[in-house]
Ligand binder design. Sequence first.
Ligand code: CMC
Length: 431
Amino acid sequence: MTDSKNTATLTVHGKEYELPVHSPTAGPDVVDIRKLYGQAGVFTYDPGFTSTASCDSTITYIDGEKGELLHRGYPIDQLAEKSHFLEVCYLLLYGELPAAKDLEQFETTITRHTMLHEQMQYFYRGFRRDAHPMAIMVGVVGAMSAFYHDSTDISDPRQREVASHRLIAKMPTIAAWAYKYHTGQPFVYPRNDLDYASNFLRMCFSVPAEEYEVNPILSRAMDRIFTLHADHEQNASTSTVRLASSSGANPFACIAAGIACLWGPAHGGANQACLEMLEEIGSVDRIPEYIARAKDKNDPFRLMGFGHRVYKNFDPRAKVMKQSADEVLDLLGVENNPKLQVAKELEKEALQDPYFAEKKLFPNVDFYSGIILEAMGFPTSMFTPIFALSRTVGWVSQWKEMIADPQNKIGRPRQLYLGETLRDYVDIENR
Ligand code: CMC
C-alpha cells in the first residue's frame, strides 16, 4: 500500500483502488476502508484489532510511545494532581472543565442519584455469599434495566443523560453492597454530606455497630485511583460497550457487558492477579525465579501488571500510582510492606532484563494499585469492582458519544473463514 497526499493506493489481484486517508488531531493517519469490500470484494484481516480504528472519538488520546494519556486534551498527571474524580467525570461527559456553578450542580445531581431502588436488595440476596463481587456487579448492573425504565430510551438525549448520571452515581453503592454481601455484613446506605470517594469508603467499611471515620488522605487516594482509571479510549471493555450498544441495547445492559469484559486477567482482572502474584513471590530472593518463568515460552506465566497493548515506553498512570502507594503506606504507618518491596525490586530487575526491554514491557496501572487498595483494607476480590466503578464514566461517555454520532451503525465484523465448504447432510446411520 502506498500513501500519496490524502489517499492510499491498494492493489488487489492486480487492480488498484484509491482509499481515503484521514488525519486525526493527534496520532497516526487512518486509511478509510469502508468502501473496500463494495469496490474490491475483499475484507481486511486484523484479529485483536491491533491496527484498526473502530470509531472516531474526541474523548481520550493515548500516545503509547511518549507514555501520554490525555482526557479532552488534559494530561492525566495534571488531572490526578489538581482535579478530582467528579470534575474528571464532567470533563469526560461534556468535553470541557466545568465552571464552578456547573460543577456544583453536577455534584448535587450525582449525589442525589446514589441510592438504589430498595427492591434491588433482593438481587443481592439471590447470590451465594461466596460469589465474586464482579459476578454480583454484572448481574446487578444488568438488572438496573428492569428498574429504571424511564432512562432506557436511547433515542431521547435527556434519558441518555439521566442513565449516565444514574450509572456514575449508583456504581459506588452497587460495588460497596457487593462487598458487604460478600462479607456477610449489612448494607450501608449512601450519605449525601460525603464526597464521592468518602461515601464509597464509608459504605464499604462502616458497620451499624461502629461508624467509619473517613481519613481525608485515604479518601484523596481513593479519588485518585478512580481518576487514574476513568477512561482509556477504545480498550476491550469500552469496545464491548460500544459493540453491545450498536444494536440499540439499553445502557444498563451494555455497561453490564463492559463489566463482564473488564473482569478478565488480561484487562481489569490484572490488579487482583498482580497482588496475588506479589503475595506468591513473597520475598525479593524469589524474584529471579518468577522473571525466568515469565520469559519461558513454555510457561504460561506472565508478570501481571506488566505490559500494555498501547504503552511501549511507560504507563503514565503507573507513575502516579507508585507515588500514591508510597504516600498511603506512609500515612498508615506501614513500614517495610513486603509486597511493596517485592513490587519495587521486581520492577527494577525486570526493567534491567533485556527480555522486558526488547518487548517494551513496563509496569502498568495495575502494578501498584493493588498495594494501595490492600493497605486501605480491601480484599483482592474488590480490586476489579473498584476498577469497574472508576471506568463506568469512561464507558458511559464513549456510549453517549457513539449514540449521538450520525454515522453510528451496528457493529458487525467480518471473518476469514477457514472451515468446511458446502457439503451434504449425512444421515446418522451412514456416519
Ligand atoms: N510478562 C511476560 N511476557 C509478556 C508480558 C508479561 N506481562 N506481556 C507481554 N509479554 C510478551 C508476550 O509473551 C509476547 O512475547 P512474544 O512476542 O515473544 O510472543 C510479547 O510480550 C507481546 O505480548 P502480547 O500478548 O502479544 O501483547 P498484547 O498487546 O496482546 O498484550 C497485555 C498486552 C496487557 C494483555 C499483556 O502485556 C499482558 O498479558 N500483561 C499482563 C496482564 C496485565 O497486566 N494486564 C493489564 C493491562 S493494563 C490495565 C487494563 O488494560 O485493564
